[in-house]
Write a protein that binds this ligand. Sequence first.
Ligand SMILES: [Zn+2]
Length: 400
Amino acid sequence: MKSTFSTLFCLEGLFLDRVEPAGKSIYLHVRSSRTVAICPHCAASSSRVHRRSRRLLKHMVCDDRIVYLRLTVRNFKCPSCGYIYREKISGIDRRQTTEHFRRKVVMKVRDRSFRAVAKEHKISSSFLVQSARDLNKQVGILWPRESFVLGIDGHSFSGRDFMITVTDLTHHKLLTILPDNKQVTLKRFLANIPKETAKLITGACIDMDQEYRAAIEQRLKGVPITIDKFHVVQLCNQHLHDVRRIHTSRQFPLPKKLLERNKEDLDKKEKESLRLIFRRYPSIQELWRLKEFVRSMYRIKSPDKAEERYQTLLDGLEGDPRPRWQSMHGTFTRWQPYILNYFESRVTNAYTEGVHTRLKLLKRISYGFKNKVNYIAKMSIAFLPLTIIIQHLNSAPGLT
Ligand SMILES: [Zn+2]
């Protein structure tokens, strides 16, 4: 029976003397199950208890009731050097909560705001934020043990303040969030990847960002870089919208969504609307065709055929003297090998984009963040697989 209670209340390493329910609280009278302690001065073992004292610790929430530990702590006297010291109990430090409590609470922060969880557990938000930061620090980055492709992409923390999201695209894991999107930060991060892990990186996927590319080429030598295909199509769409914005008017609106829609998804009415737009604005038609050309290129299976198609694209752009087309020719030439790498690697940053969608959602339920470290801690925990959190709860010594 005792051991059932011990398991139920996560009391490994502690001896449960008595359970005392009292209103909205439950008190568990516990003490260490060890009979001897080791002197921190001279390492002699001692069973001479000098004094006993009691502590009250918040340990868990069970069905809306707060479970407290009434812990008896002993002071021992060393028989050899006479030093008096307090016994160490793992999972318990000077704080008024057990490690178990802090970690359990942190788990709840995964999909709720710090404030809401703090209220439920009758604790302060700042305490909770600190616990989240502690857990995040302890867990660190969970590097995969098998080969993987690195995903790197920026997302907005607030306004123009960007951060870099780093993912494992092979196993669909968020690895970390870097506090800004400066090249030096990315370089430092890449340089700190453990050597054994770096060997497992078979590729990297980014958008057309020179700084990301240079950082990867410098720090992860020989790792092939793929440009995310959605960003390539997006680049075409961007040009399409630039021109759209010039021509759109109240009398003759040019709907963004309609121009962006995939050719194969257009219904009869939409096709007719496009025909009207194209007749009036040939430059829009040209860019729309370019976008569809690029999209169709991505449907090609063979890398050789894709390269041929890419050459056709470059030739077409090169032959057009207009500045916009010349600029696109420059971009597509610069990024050619990286864009074509897709046809070998077949990787995209779709998972990373999914992470960004969830980050936005979490940011909204948390009413935004002012502090970057808190933001990173919260988001990292939200993406930790539950199994990993439980594993950490179990492997932590003492009270878990
Ligand atoms: Zn001693």
